[in-house]
Ligand binder design. Sequence first.
Ligand code: CO
Length: 209
Amino acid sequence: MIQSYQRLLDGNKKWVETKLTLDPEYFQNLNKGQKPDFLWVGCSDSRVPANEITGTESGDIFVHRNIANVVVHTDLNFMSVLQYAVQVLNVRHIIVCGHYNCGGVNAALTHTNHGMVNKWLRNIKEVYAKNSSLLDSISDFNEKANKLVELNVIEQVRNLAKTSIVQEAWKNHSLQIHGWVYGLDSGLIKDLNVMMKEIEDLEPIFRFS
Ligand code: CO
């Protein structure tokens, strides 16, 4: 019986063959280094692969993914990714891309005790609390959850702007932070048009000198 993981190794060989047929130097060129223009902050959900849904290639996007695409300023993993992307790779766009029907957001809407993951979902519950008057007025669960998906993306765009890493970059060059939501049922990405691109987009209390 073929093990399920063998499919991945076989798939890899086929993928290499295809790439080399189209461009014999594809891997040699990638091996020289990366210069992506984009940092992607997305959900770990297996149905939202950054490159595939944006029609991009290896080398195009620097990627960070976690449950429900949350930006937490004490997350050493994420903050290291952000610093490297902004200060070393010099990306000019950071994209927070959530997705409708997000399991993390749905879980945050319940009162179930999920153990460890409570601490992570707490970040999303805080977004709910901040927007409770709007969200409480939506009775349909899916509609409420999808609105929270959008509000969560907006909050994470703002969380990025609150970092000294982004603010230092803004002093020197263009850096746009975008908020998008991917539709699992359509394959289409919706731009929430909440771009932040300068210190004036942020309340004064969060600005570093
Ligand atoms: Co998700």
